[in-house]
Design a protein around this ligand. Structure first.
Ligand code: CA2
Length: 159
């Protein structure tokens, strides 16, 4: 069974404790449980990882880049939190692993918020972006990764 990584960045461990208007009432544990059950439905083994440290997120992307190359991983759903708007290092990590499909996911619609949230360093390196669907966005991102993988497989069989 292929693995899928659900990667969450800084402060997402605080989900459900404050700012419910922006992020809803679900906790990070709720989000991770949702992803695990979505994984069961899609036939994927789900690993969830959250860190407030940029380097730990980068190390995890590298690990999954290696796993993807040997066929052990389908991809990664990544909510980089506020590092979205600041981190060239995360952009470079995703580009650097060369191949691992990463879907950038934001709970809130960042484009309807403050101007500083409108730019993402991660988006140009991402395979896709899901924004503003609340925590259901994680499920949509997982389904998108599966569809992309199936599309890639069927493209290959036609070549
Ligand atoms: O909408 C998203 O998912 C964000 O990635 C969330 C980040 C924010 O900086 C991005 O612009 C958009 C913030 C994550 C912190 O979430 C908290 C949740 C509850 C209480 C405090 C922070």
């Amino acid at each position: 069974m292929k693995k899928i990584l659900i990667l969450n960045g800084p402060n997402l461990n605080l989900l459900g404790t404050r700012e419910p208007d922006q992020y809803g009432h679900a906790t990070l544990a709720d989000v991770e449980a949702l992803c695990v059950s979505t994984g069961q439905r899609l036939g994927l083994a789900v690993e969830c990882f959250q860190s407030n440290w940029e380097g730990a997120l980068i190390d995890k992307i590298h690990e999954y880049g290696r796993l993807f190359k040997c066929g052990g991983a389908l991809g990664c759903v990544f909510n980089p939190g506020a590092l979205t708007h600041t981190s060239i290092a995360l952009h470079d990590a995703i580009k650097g692993v060369d191949g691992l499909p990463v879907v950038e996911c934001h709970i809130s619609n960042v484009h309807a918020r403050e101007g500083f949230r409108h730019h993402s360093w991660v988006s140009p390196a991402a395979a896709g972006i899901v924004v503003g669907f609340g925590v259901e966005g994680y499920t949509l991102a997982m389904e998108g990764l599966v569809r992309k993988a199936l599309g890639a497989a069927s493209t290959h069989t036609h070549i």
